[in-house]
Design a protein around this ligand. Structure first.
Ligand code: SOE
Length: 404
């Protein structure tokens, strides 16, 4: 780092899982990447005084407030980082952009296409005033996936033929795992579809460089009611519960097919019911010359298949994405030492700080995140239509069954 970077004062809203991950990234990014500014953890906002005071202490913020509006009104805040449930993204982002604050907004962008359209328009207008905005599809900044995108862009797989993507978790497999905001449509917008399906929608569009144009999908709520939460619940649904059961108003599982340009078909699955799969976000791109395959549960590895080598030598190769040639890897440890989930947020925030310093617009933009929202809405519309299901005639009983 040549010159002492200027300070970039951060106002963060929300102190749950994403608040913790983003705070770690704000503390770390300029210590591992040469950035034009050093983030300062200025103020954290949250609804409950005791909880947000505790978060300020634990995450390292200089001050805290129970009014997110304080961050907007404070001329000393340069960046507003939105780490709250989706029902609050629209209001906060519009206010922050209007106030000239750079904005990092967690995914999905909002809970509806209409809200996302307004946010994308406001972000485009703010960009003309030098205000930068980014939507937090952090998995793009996994070194193995960023390298996969380079390989695809260089033609390694050749003409893309098929896309396959799954995001499998199992934290709701227990029917008595308590209610959380992620199971309330008013708060979260949708369930597995928008929370984790959004990631693989963004990722496959980004990896292939093409947008999803059509979908046919089905949503299912496998467990329709859950015990009311007694205290603040973690992602894993841990914590005490009250006796009553509340209605789950979102999907537990989403399955959909997608059409990309040029007749490329994609198969998508997002579920919180895949017992044993903790955070298995998987992508496979098949092309005329080869394939790439990735599983976030082995996030430092990328599998590549080169169909152009002699048949006797063909097979999936396991690339350990920790070489200096792999995006972001050189900033960290010697080869083979590996990175974790939190590093994707540090890379995301390093790129945002760099864009702010250079006066460029980072990706994924709110406009890119709007297209993800449009895909989510199309899957919900397809499910509501329900006309894709064709009944299968009941199996003709075999002779022994009829005589039993
Ligand atoms: C819950 O499914 C969740 O926390 C998502 O909301 C995050 O976006 C993902 O990175 C991990 O899982």
């Amino acid at each position: 780092m040549t010159s002492t970077p200027t300070a970039l004062n951060i106002g963060l809203i929300g102190y749950g899982f994403m608040g913790a991950a983003h705070s770690h990234a704000w503390r770390t990014a300029h210590r591992f990447f040469d950035l034009p500014a050093a983030p300062v953890l200025h103020t954290i906002a949250g609804r409950t005084e005791s909880a947000v005071a505790d978060a300020a202490e634990r995450y390292g913020f200089a001050s805290h407030t129970t009014r997110w509006q304080d961050l907007i009104e404070d001329p000393g805040i340069d960046v507003v980082d939105i780490c709250t449930p989706g029902d609050t993204h629209h209001e906060i982002a519009l206010a922050a952009l209007a106030a000239g604050k750079h904005v990092l907004c967690e995914k999905p962008l909002a809970n509806s296409v209409a809200e996302s359209e307004e946010m994308a328009a406001a972000a485009a207008d703010a960009a003309d005033r030098g205000v930068r905005s980014l939507c937090g599809f952090s998995y793009r900044r996994t070194p193995a996936l960023a390298y996969a995108r380079q390989l695809i862009a260089e033609g390694f797989v050749g003409e893309i033929r098929q896309v396959r993507a799954q995001y499998l978790q199992d934290w709701l497999s227990d029917a008595d795992a308590p209610m959380t905001w992620r199971l309330d449509k008013d708060k979260a917008g949708s369930g597995a579809l928008g929370d984790i399906g959004a990631h693989v929608i963004d990722l496959t569009q980004w990896l292939t460089g093409t947008p999803i144009q059509q979908v046919s999908g089905t949503l299912e709520t496998v467990v329709p009611t859950r015990p009311a939460a007694g205290t603040a619940q973690g992602l894993g649904g841990k914590g005490d519960t009250t006796g009553e059961r509340q209605q789950v108003t979102v999907d537990d599982t989403a399955l959909f097919s997608a059409r990309f340009p040029g007749g490329v078909l994609g198969a998508f699955e997002a579920t919180r019911m895949a017992q044993g799969r903790k955070n298995a976000m998987r992508v496979e791109i098949n092309g005329a010359k080869g394939s790439i395959a990735f599983d976030f549960e082995r996030m430092n590895e990328l599998e590549i298949y080169d169909a152009t080598v002699p048949a006797g030598r063909q097979g999936f190769t396991r690339v350990l994405a920790t070489e200096p040639e792999h995006p972001y890897a050189a900033a960290w440890w010697p080869t083979g030492h590996g990175l974790g989930y939190e590093h994707t947020f540090t890379h995301e925030i390093a790129d945002l700080v760099r864009a702010i310093g250079e006066g460029t617009d980072p990706s994924p933009s709110f406009a890119e995140a709007l297209h993800v929202q449009r895909v989510l809405a199309a899957v919900e519309a397809s499910d509501a239509d329900g006309s894709r299901w064709t009944p299968v005639d009941p199996q003709t009983p075999t002779t022994e069954e009829t005589t039993a």
